[in-house]
Design a protein around this ligand. Structure first.
Ligand code: PFF
Length: 444
């Protein structure tokens, strides 16, 4: 088992890691989740909570996950056992199962995205909300949804089967710069819309203090922060296990978290102006799919040829963002099977892909099932994973955590700060977030 682990590939450079990790973080969650959760939480109150959670809670979780991966130099299934013994196998199992749960429906949403892109290119977009319902019905049901799910999984599998350097790193190196360019262009274009200012105001300035006490807003902010940064699920454990010992973990996590938050905010600067210009505020917050697949196509559909071009750019952007995330979701279980059973990469990739195709069928065929799987795997389980990983690194193996901070050469103040946050601040706050989230989930 150990011989397999010691043959691990490594990223070619720090930038390779940053782009891959940012590729995982920046995804449909930024474009689809951020906008609808922000509009449910009254805009600015949600954004404030979100940013606070990222700064206070998610950064320590990020560093803790990376420290776990780099110290163990093993995949998520085995890393906790390697550092603390057999009793911690359940944490490895949680980190094995959670990405499978998300990946199973993420590819379904990728399929809808591809289908919307296809429609924008070849057939045009809905012009009002009634047409939009029919449009969404056509992309989210029937055989096209299964085909989209399958093709997205196969594309992801092809990239992951090429390995870390030749697969994930290479793809993210090309895709991430393209993604940043498209999003900047779209955000600039959105300033020209008549509802742009209204959109920014709703997004960032309309502040309702009561929202800060609303369990749904608190749950949304925790869920969005963990989901968007790909935390609490073992992704960063796996990606950090391919890092060399010299990299500065806290600096890398700040870099990735900043890129992700920036993209989330920029996506808001695109979606909110569109939604307010075309009077679609209710549609965006109505459902998890409302933002991306109903409001945006409808808004752009009523904007003539220019709207269609923007739609093509927007959904291409969304698909690029999604593919660099789905490869990370697949890499976690794949590397775990490779470490645990000594399987070849290809064999692990195709076994898991087959499993994901089958496991995703219920979500592909039924929106309620997709919503429930998302709330559990893409919500409370991530928050729970974040709680466990800070507890683990802060209290169970603090010496190993220290080692990684020392190797990162971050200086005594940062080391002390991170140790304090990981032990005393992050676990209770995440525990609180988890409690509220479970409570709110049961209620809904
Ligand atoms: N962070 C990705 C997004 O925002 O779409 C989704 C994701 C990828 C979530 C990987 C969790 C994860 F482990």
């Amino acid at each position: 088992m150990d011989s397999k682990i010691s043959q691990r590939e490594q990223w070619t450079s720090k930038l390779g890691f940053i782009l891959a990790a940012a590729g995982s973080a920046v995804g449909l969650g930024n474009l689809w989740g951020f906008a609808y959760r922000a509009s449910q939480g009254g805009g600015a109150a949600f954004v404030l909570l979100y940013v606070l959670i990222v700064l206070i809670v998610c950064l320590p979780v990020f560093v803790a996950e990376m420290a776990l991966g780099r110290n163990a130099m093993a995949s998520t299934l085995l890393a906790p056992v390697k550092l603390a013994g057999k009793n911690w196998y359940p944490l490895g199992i949680l980190f094995f199962i959670a990405p499978l749960g998300i990946a199973s429906y993420y590819s379904v949403i990728m399929g809808w995205t591809a289908d919307t892109l296809f429609h924008s290119l070849f057939f045009g977009l809905p012009k009002n909300l009634t047409e939009a319902e029919t449009f969404f019905g056509s992309i989210s049901s029937g055989s096209s949804v299964l085909l989209g799910h399958l093709l997205s999984l196969v594309l992801t599998a092809i990239i992951v089967s090429s390995g870390i350097k030749k697969g994930i790193e290479k793809v993210t190196r090309y895709f991430m710069p393209i993604l940043f360019i498209i999003i900047v262009i779209l955000a600039i274009w959105a300033t020209s819309l008549s509802g742009a200012w209204e959109g920014y105001k709703t997004f960032l300035l309309k502040f309702d203090f009561n929202e800060l006490r609303n369990p749904q807003t608190i749950r949304n902010a925790f869920t969005q922060a963990f989901f968007s940064l790909s935390l609490g699920i073992g992704i960063m454990v796996t990606y950090a296990s391919y890092l060399n010992k010299k990299s500065n973990l806290p600096k890398l996590s700040v870099g990735v978290a900043s890129l992700d938050t920036l993209v989330g905010l920029m996506a808001g600067f695109i979606t909110f102006p569109i939604v307010l210009t075309f009077g679609l505020s209710d549609a965006i917050s109505e459902s998890t799919v409302g933002a991306l697949f109903i409001s945006i196509p409808t808004g752009l559909g009523s904007y003539g040829a220019a709207g269609r071009i923007v739609a093509v750019a927007f959904f291409a952007l969304a698909y690029i963002a999604a593919i660099t995330s789905s490869v990370s979701l697949l890499e976690v279980p794949v590397s775990s099977l490779m470490d645990k059973f000594g399987f070849k990469r290809e064999k692990s990739v195709w076994l898991i892909t087959l499993f994901l195709f089958l496991a995703g069928i219920p979500s592909a065929l039924n929106l309620n099932i997709l919503g429930t799987v998302d709330s559990i795997f893409g919500g409370v389980l991530l928050i729970f994973g974040g709680f466990l990983v800070t507890f683990f690194m802060g209290w169970v193996v603090p010496g190993k955590f220290n080692e990684e901070l020392n190797d990162s050469k971050v200086g005594i103040k940062t080391t002390r700060y991170l140790k304090f946050m990981t032990r005393w601040i992050a676990p209770p706050i995440i525990g609180f977030g988890l409690f509220i989230s479970v409570f709110d989930l049961m209620k809904s």
